[in-house]
Design a protein around this ligand. Sequence first.
Ligand code: SF4
Length: 693
Amino acid sequence: MTSTQVVRATCPHDCPDTCALLVTVEDGVATAVKGDPDHPTTAGVLCTKVSRYTERTYHDERLLYPLRRVGKKGEGKFERISWDEALDTIASRLGSIAARDPQAILPYSYCGTMGLVQGESMSARFFHQLGASLLDRTICATAGFTGYKYTIGATIGTDLEQFQNAKLILIWGGNPIASNLHFWTRAQEAKRRGAKLIAIDPYRSLTAEKCHQHIALLPGTDAALALGLMHVLIAEDLLDHDYIANYTVGFEQLKQRVAEWTPERTAETCGITVAEVVELARLYGGMAKAGEPVAIRTNYGVQRVHGGGMAVRNLTCLPALVGAWRHAAGGVQLSASGGFPTNKPALQRPDLLSKQPRTINMTTIGDDLLRPASAEFGPAVEAVIVYNANPLAIAPDSSKVMAGFAREDLFTVVLEHFQTDTVDYADIVLPATTQLEHIDAHSAYGHLYMMANNAAIAPLGEAKPNTEVFRLLAARMGFSDPCFQDSDDELAAMAFNRQDARAIHFDWDALKQKGWQKLNMPDAPFAEGGFPTPSGKCEFYSASMAADGLDPLPAYIAPYESVASNPELAKRYPLAMISPPARNFLNSTFVNVKSLRSAEGEPHLDIHPDDSAARGISDGDMVRIFNDRGSFIAKARVTDKARAGLVVGLSVWWKKLARDGKNANEVTSQRLTDMGRAPTFYDTLVEVERATS
Ligand code: SF4
């Protein structure tokens, strides 16, 4: 007789929605993954990617056994070895490096899983005890986080479950149909109830096409648009004076600063019309003044440019100027992650560090793997342990990343589900469990529910959870602290037990049963101020920024690479390139799931008809996209979805699945944002030509 059960789980992927899953398991085999209809934000709906989760889990290319490299680095040739041999080899190599200087060992990880247990818990403890270099995990969000926190104090904002009540929603720098689906559901409901939706995005994405209006500004000029909006709001007195007086600081300085951002200057900087600036400000300020909830959903696209932190800061000032925070459905959301009482010190045990090691920025891994030892840098990197990440595909300035990982003297270990671009450069490959095969606890950055993931099936092959790999390595390295014995259940039970202002009753066993639990957050978190900034107010003027050497007022920082800011470079490379997420991929995850890759076809470059005609490029031609850093090949799609002067390469393709073995990160740079030390993926000038082969 068939035994069937339904197991509560959580989507682990780097997506704000953190969906509640119901996994059907028949005789030990997961046969279906569905969205939980009872979870208020998932509401029974999953994106196409995770609807195919069983295809990914039982993919015939899953890594099921430990492997040792037998070919050259990059060739991807391996032989099967035992776990004992793999772990002994790793422990012996790390031990001899650590005896000289443990900082020569570098963990490299990000959000391949968002789980608090399989992400940074036992792994962080291991590297802290070892004294390895710390990794600055900047690759996605730190610029925006920093600008947001300087302004309102924490990554807290409008609750996802309120957006359907807004009357105006600015979708600023994101494509929620592809990457925030459950927000889009709420925005559509708001639209049905009469709300106006406006997309602000250089590219006419799927989302922008479905909004009432699309403002296609030049990449990297969002900060200027926010300054221009503030200029009009102040000039036309579309303000909430009471909110400004009671709950903000620095209004007079802000007024002086934005005086210079006339609609004309704003329009010229952003490459849009004066009317677009003025009408947007009047709509936003006018509706707020009439007592209507006006909301902004911004996303990380805004902050992948030189002035990205400031751009998020500027647009985060807008709700306080018009009093939008008074409404539960007003305000702004970049991230909701700051509301969770996550107990990172308990999970990660930074107290295990015997002294403070150096920190290496994951964004500059290309340069840093090639850097020799020096007094300033410290020892050359001799070993990299990669988990939950695929740096060969996702890190900028890819040819340098590849050269770094190709170093014969670099010892590389990769924990993975599949033979990614990065695995091809590994010395030892360790098969990792997927979300269906281990337990985990999750916070979210798009909603306010703590989430539990139960293991639905046994690990496939010899795959092991990340936690178990680091437990076994700790034992081999002789680490005796009892924390290395903690089970995954014990780790999960620590996830949300922080005892401070955000403390909440948290019972892991109950969470596993129910699947989720909402935080105790007020519906309108800043209706009466209470911002967790040093002043307790929304800071138009930030003394913290001044102390950190930054401009304390909202400002515009031009892109490193744009026609206006770098005309000499633009003579050679006149087109701005952005590489936002393809709908069927999530960062570099899912690219090898055949049904999803077929839906994307092959790497494309969207190019405006004016720009293609000037280069003799027709729709469907193979084109070469290049600058001084490198080049890659894609198929041209001639379309006015990309504004003139902009090309768009939806990403992130695995390099080995592209016909030239390269992807869009061949041309992106390792330069950092104004704050948060983050990458500037969308601050890239290129030229495009017909490919000769
Ligand atoms: S990727 Fe996002 S939308 Fe898709 S199932 Fe996961 S959390 Fe939900």
